[in-house]
Structures are given as C-alpha cells and as structure tokens.
Design a protein around this ligand. Structure first.
Ligand SMILES: [Zn+2]
Length: 289
C-alpha cells in the first residue's frame, strides 16, 4: 500500500500484512513528538500528563488481526485532533481568526482545538500565537491526521462495503479539574462512547461491551465519556460507517506519576488484540448478514 500524505511527520500507520477485517483503529492522543515551536510555560511532565500515553502500543496488536492503526505523532496539547475546526478558541491568537469560531464548553475551559491551558490556573503560553502559527498547526498536523483517518475509513468502506472504526483513548483514574464530570470521581476501567447511539449501531456497542466484560473488565457506556469529534466526523451508521470510542483507565497499565508501565501492560495489550480478533469475526459476519 502506498503512503498517505503527512505519514511519518504528523502520524504513523501500522498496517496489517493483509487488510482482512473491515476495522480501522486510531489513537489520536498518544503522540509525544513535541514540535520545536511549542514553547510553553508549564513543566514538560505536566504536558505529558495530557497524553494518552502508550495507547498506540496497547493497540499495536490489531495489525496482526488484519486492521490498520493510525496514530498521531504530535501531542494533543499542541493541537487536538479530537476537536472540530469550529472549536477554535479565539483567545489563543493575536488578531481576528479568519476561520469558524463556535463557543463551547471546551473552548470556555481553554481546551478547544488549540489549548490555552492544561490546568485551570496554568496558562500554556506567555503570549498569544500569531494567526500564521495557529494556521500552520492546522495545516501541518490536524488536516493530515484527519485526511489519513478518512482515507483509511473510505478505503475499508469501499473494499468491504462497511467499516467499523475504533477511536482509542485513555483516561486518568480520577477526573481532573478540566473534565466535564465532577472532579475527583473515580472512573470505570473502560468507557465506551457512541454519542448515545448516534455514531454506531447500538448492537455493535453491545458486542464490544460483551467482549470486554468477558475479558474481565468493568465497562461503562457513554458515562463519563460519550465520544467527541473523531467518532462524530466520519460516522453514518445508516451508510455502514460506524465509529466507537474506547477509553481505558490509565492506572491499569501505567503509573500516572512516573509514566512507568505497570506489570499488567502486556496482558492488557494482549486483551486489546483479542478484542480486535473477536471484532474481526463479528464485523465480517455482519457484512454477509
Ligand atoms: Zn484521548
């Protein structure tokens, strides 16, 4: 298969030897290559806590089960691929932003498309970005990532007649001050999000939930996370385009303070490969149904 524009800089794609399942996985928040123009006021470790650290590694086994894994290389604190272009926070830039601007809870909190904060009291920047700097982040990172995801989804849909997209994330054990929920709530081990039935057929969410419960996990659906832009943007269940978000609680596989993987890391990675194997069967069965 040929490369997709931006591959190697903005993202990587782990491709199966033979794409044999109508599945596409993506990991938009595990990137840790910090661009040289990303100069911030906060300590590097604090920025790294915003990463969905190691999620690309947790899901790397999906390629052995016939599905590609797209992973961002840049950090979400630089520009967040799980936000729409309309979620631009105009307070980030000096001057009138020429693109769409739609106020939302995320932009109010300073965590829109380009973040202004990574904690409520900590501004990221000493000064505002220029319009050109913000535009460059969109053109060089956000757009290539979205184009790559869309190309993988369109390719699978054209080949198989339908596609199931799994958007992979991780969440801190305890809700942070910038989350939508009550701060200090302990999260479930795994949370699935289909925007309350909008982004994939509900029985697909049920199938994933059942597989994960069989594997021994405590699973919640749409609470506390229902899914954001990446499951919304390209899904259309009536056209055979399904997207589901999965969030894994970080303390299961890493120490959130030291960033060291726990002993369970490899068994959870194996479980995610098992999930992909069972979903390959499940979705291939649905093609002929
Ligand atoms: Zn995430």
């Amino acid at each position: 298969m040929t490369g997709i524009e931006g591959e190697g800089e903005a993202f990587t794609i782990l491709r199966p030897a033979e794409p044999s399942a109508p599945l596409v996985f993506d990991s938009p928040h595990s990137g840790s290559v910090y661009p040289s123009d990303f100069q911030v006021l906060v300590p590097h470790a604090q920025l790294r806590q915003a990463e969905d650290m190691y999620v690309d590694a947790l899901f790397a086994g999906v390629a052995r089960q016939g599905a590609p894994l797209l992973a961002a290389r840049f950090p979400r604190s630089y520009i967040d691929p799980n936000r729409g272009l309309h979620e631009f926070d105009p307070a980030v830039v000096d001057g009138d932003w020429p693109g769409p601007v739609e106020e939302s809870r995320k932009t109010d909190l300073g965590i829109g498309l380009i973040w202004r904060k990574c904690r409520p009291d900590d501004d990221l920047y000493a000064q505002k970005l220029t319009i050109a700097e913000a535009q460059a982040r969109i053109d060089n990172y956000w757009r290539p990532y979205h184009a790559a995801l869309k190309a993988l989804l369109d390719g699978a849909h054209a080949w198989f007649g339908a596609v199931w997209h799994i958007d992979c994330h991780s969440m801190p054990e305890i809700a942070g001050a910038l989350s939508n929920e009550d701060p200090s709530n302990r999260r479930p081990e795994i949370c699935l999000g289909d925007r309350h039935g909008a982004t994939c057929a509900p029985d697909f969410t049920d199938a994933v939930r059942t597989i994960l419960i069989d594997l021994g996990y405590q699973v919640a659906v749409n609470d506390p996370y229902a899914g954001v832009e990446l499951v919304r943007a390209y899904s259309d269940p009536s056209q055979g385009r399904h997207s589901l978000q999965i969030e894994i609680r970080r303390d299961l596989y890493m120490d959130e303070d030291s960033f060291v993987k726990t002993e369970r890391f490899s068994s959870i990675a194996r479980d995610m490969e098992t999930l992909a194997a069972r979903l390959a069967e499940e979705t291939t069965g649905r093609l002929s149904a």
